[in-house]
Design a protein around this ligand. Structure first.
Ligand SMILES: Nc1ncnc2c1ncn2[C@@H]1O[C@H](COP(=O)(O)OP(=O)(O)OP(=O)(O)O)[C@@H](O)[C@H]1O
Length: 822
């Protein structure tokens, strides 16, 4: 939270000056102050009269200077180079100045932000609000990105006001924010975090609130935020002015009642307009079957390298997969990615980078679909069809803002074409069909296959992307557009480079369950986009600790285990990661041995067999550098087996006739290589052969997994039979180890989900367990009636006491390390 510039500072400076003056000057000063106050009062009176006399429908209102605004606002607008009113500003500001509740609707990029910020400032001026009067205006935004942007505009135009303003969007400690809340006159917030403060921050008084604004009101009022907003409004006084703005405004009476609007004025700047989207926006669509979508996207990016584009996907998982895989293929343009599950700092940094880039490609979810004002975006590409026409309008609205031009292209599956076109038509959205030029068509399937083969992380991301997309289509409400049965899932999986088609499990329970699923996915999105650091969900309710089954926990940890190094870079340090990206798009490899890391380390400490990186010791083993930043990592080095593992495999050598050792692979001479045939054909053949190999390996993987499961089941059955016999004999007096416990306790963590196989541990997150829920560290064959607090391991009869159930990766790893060390 930061105060507005200008205001509070000015006050402080003024006071300091006063103290330094001599006592003789005091009467003069007081006189001057009285005079100033009187002048201020007179101006205010004049302003009030001008507002009373203002005709809100007057055609003469064309500039900000035509409006009865206080000097501070007028000068702030001038300094920000705002001069001419846009349609929505012309229509909404006069009414708002007159104290009316306003429902404002206008096309994207048409200046709605100023249409509510100016009345906010003027309202507080009219009320002679001072820094001691507490919260006077509250502005609610559905996403953090938008809240930050609104706050920035407020800082700009409010630079000459003395009001203090703050940003309440989470990402900082609640206490830190709470300490400053009481001093703020204007707050820009996201619903969840604000409600948290209203519920928990002692002494935070909102009883004087003069103005409530909801930007992207239809989104804030919809299901995802419903209870948070209702609870929030409960805290606010009823006698206040309220303004609602959106490009896709709904006039639902129920919403108006929920907000206790008084005789609201509906202001629609473009209701009569022939189109719902900006006139300077050129819109087109391409029919591209699901299995060709990524080919089409790759071709599109490659032919628009000198552009700034936002590419929308329906989920963060797709964003991650496409970002990671395309980055490895080095398209020749800076790639960025943004989704609700990233850390706040990373999100801000990516937003900042994309804002300042001339040419860049941002892969994003709908977290930036609404309101965000990135300058000079040339293209909006929608790889996944949006869930409805409103979402379409907001997404394409990221380009062609204010008076600039822009282009948007939508990729549609053949089965979506008819249905979605009719939805667009109903909303007055003009769009034309275009085709990809034959010569520009390209296939990246082989490339993706080979990448997935080489990288388990990427294959895993691909599987998650596949599953999420398929589920998203399954739960879509509009069945006339989204036809699940028509999708070529095998083709789609192959196009992602996956060796098989992952099995996707759906919840039983028909429509109701689908709706619940949909809602749940929204909630996840909302929490991510709004306030992922808070204990509150998107509805503003205290998050309940979800009951997780053993299988779900296993799946989660397994995934983290597989991706741990990946995500340390990818998500937690998103900011650092993208720093690397910009430095050179071509150098995307980030391993511990990176030059940059070396450089940093070299600057910080000694560099022989161990060096310091930000306080952590770095040890070189083989060609790997291991950062020793925890006791566990230190312990790891004590284990010979682990060190041997880290050393990696030795290099395979062959001996020539003279007895000299030669590497197994020696580079072929150019001439010999050319003799073997055309390089392109050779490459294609190689990729094809590798693809086959991947498939074969995958079948083997599956077979192995199946065998393991069967063995487990057999052992479990055998044990159950054994127990029955035991029970007949009498009570068990000794903890039984069971042969199952001889297995590697990390085996389940290490195994990846097997595409096409039944063992979809990554599916587990939505799948109820078939067996009775057990503790996470039990194996399938463990006895069901084992005491909760005591688990044992191996025939050595080691008992590991767990006084709690580990709920994070560190706990899990600590336990696993303990198990391995014996
Ligand atoms: N009167 C004006 N004169 C010049 N530029 C303006 C004016 N009003 C707004 N703008 C500029 O137009 C752009 C779009 O404004 P804004 O973000 O308020 O649009 P919006 O209607 O809220 O869009 P969305 O529906 O996408 O949220 C901004 O860059 C803003 O600075």
């Amino acid at each position: 939270m930061a105060p507005t510039t200008g205001g509070p500072k000015t006050v402080v400076a003024h006071r300091q000056k006063k103290n330094s003056k001599s006592a003789d000057a005091t009467p003069k000063k007081t006189e001057a102050k009285t005079l100033k106050r009187k002048r201020g009062q007179d101006e205010l009176e004049k302003l009030k009269i001008a507002i009373q006399e203002l005709d809100p429908k007057s055609p003469n209102l064309t500039k900000f200077s035509d409006l009865p605004l206080c000097a501070a606002t007028a000068s702030g607008l001038r300094a920000s180079h705002f001069e001419v009113l846009t349609d929505i500003q012309k229509a909404a500001i006069p009414l708002a100045l007159k104290g009316r509740d306003v429902l404002g609707a206008a096309k994207t990029g048409s200046g709605k932000t100023l249409a509510f910020l100016i009345p906010v400032l003027e309202k507080l001026v009219q009320a002679q609000w001072t820094e001691y009067d507490g919260l006077g205006a509250l502005i609610i935004s559905p996403t953090r990105e938008l809240a930050v942007q609104i706050f920035e505009v407020l800082r700009k135009i409010g630079r000459n006001h003395v009001f203090s303003a703050g940003l309440v969007i989470g990402g900082k400690s609640l206490k830190e924010e709470a300490d400053r809340l009481g001093r703020m006159n204007i707050l820009v917030c996201t619903p969840g975090r604000m409600l948290q403060h209203l519920d928990q921050t002692a002494g935070f008084d909102v009883n004087n609130l003069q103005m409530l604004v909801l930007d992207e009101a239809d989104r804030i009022m919809d299901m995802g935020f419903q209870s948070a907003v209702d609870a929030l409004v409960e805290h606010l006084p009823k006698t206040r002015q309220t303004m609602l703005f959106s490009a896709t405004q709904s006039k639902r009476v129920s919403d108006l009642a929920r907000l206790s609007l008084k005789d609201p004025e509906y202001v629609s700047a473009h209701e009569e307009a022939p189109t719902a989207t900006p006139t300077n926006l050129q819109q087109s669509y391409i029919i591209t079957p699901l299995h060709e979508k990524l080919d089409t996207l790759w071709g599109f990016i490659r032919t628009n390298l000198k552009s700034k584009m936002i590419v929308f996907f329906s989920s963060g998982k797709q964003v991650r997969f496409v970002y990671e895989s395309f980055k490895r293929m080095q398209p020749g343009i800076s790639l960025l990615h943004l989704h609700g599950r990233q850390k706040q700092v990373g999100r801000m940094e990516i937003t900042r980078k994309f804002t300042s880039s001339k040419y860049a490609c941002l892969f994003a979810t709908d977290v930036v679909a609404r309101g965000v004002d990135f300058p000079a975006v040339d293209w909006v590409v929608q790889v996944d069809c949006p869930e409805d026409a409103d979402t379409y309008i907001h997404r394409v609205g990221r380009t062609a803002r204010y008076e600039s031009k822009g282009r948007a292209v939508l990729f549609m599956e053949p089965s979506e074409e008819q249905g979605f076109l009719s939805r667009l038509e109903q909303k007055k959205i003009p769009i034309t069909k275009v085709n990809v030029r034959e010569g520009k068509k390209t296939s990246i399937k082989g490339e993706l296959q080979s990448q997935c083969f080489q990288s388990a992380d990427l294959k895993y991301l691909g599987q998650k992307a596949f599953i999420t997309y398929v589920r998203s289509i399954y739960v879509q409400k509009d069945k006339q557009v989204f036809k699940f049965d028509k999708l070529d899932l095998d083709g789609y999986a192959a196009s992602l480079g996956l060796p098989g088609t992952p099995q996707v499990k759906f919840q039983k329970g028909g429509e109701e369950m689908r709706r619940a699923n949909k809602q749940a996915s929204r909630m996840v999105f909302d929490v991510g986009s709004d306030d992922d650091s808070s204990d509150y969900d998107a509805d503003g309710r205290l998050k309940k600790k979800e009951v997780r089954t053993k299988y779900q926990k296993m799946a989660e940890r397994q995934n983290q285990d597989v991706l741990s190094s990946h995500y340390r870079k990818l998500v937690q340090d998103a900011a650092d990661e993208d720093e690397d990206e910009d430095d050179g798009f071509l150098s995307v490899k980030r391993v511990l041995g990176d030059k940059e890391l070396d450089d940093t380390a070299a600057g910080m400490g000694d560099d022989d067999d161990g060096k310091e990186i930000a306080g952590a010791k770095v040890v070189k083993i083989g060609d790997q550098e291991i950062i020793i930043d925890s006791k566990r990592a230190e312990k790891k080095l004590m284990s010979k087996a682990k060190v041997a593992k880290m050393m990696g495999k030795g290099q395979k050598l062959i001996f020539d006739d003279e007895g000299n050792a030669q590497p197994l692979y020696v580079l072929q001479g150019l001439e010999d290589f050319q003799k073997e045939g055309d390089a392109k054909e050779l490459r294609e053949k190689f990729v094809e052969a590798e693809g086959e190999r991947v498939k074969e390996a995958d079948v083997e993987d599956k077979e192995l997994a199946r065998k393991r499961r069967k063995e487990k089941r057999d052992r479990a059955k055998a044990r159950e039979r054994g127990e029955e016999v035991e029970r007949e004999r009498g009570p068990i007096t000794q903890l039984d180890s069971g042969d199952e416990q001889d297995e590697d306790p990390l085996a389940l963590l290490k195994s990846l989900p097997i595409a096409g196989g039944g063992d979809h541990s990554d599916d587990g997150e939505d799948e109820p367990p078939k067996k009775k829920t057990k503790k996470w560290f039990q194996n399938d064959s463990d006895v069901e009636d084992e005491p909760e607090q005591k688990k044992r391991k191996t025939s050595g009869r080691k008992v590991i006491e767990m006084g709690y159930e580990p709920d994070n990766l560190q706990d899990l790893e600590a336990l696993a390390a303990g198990l391995l060390e014996d």
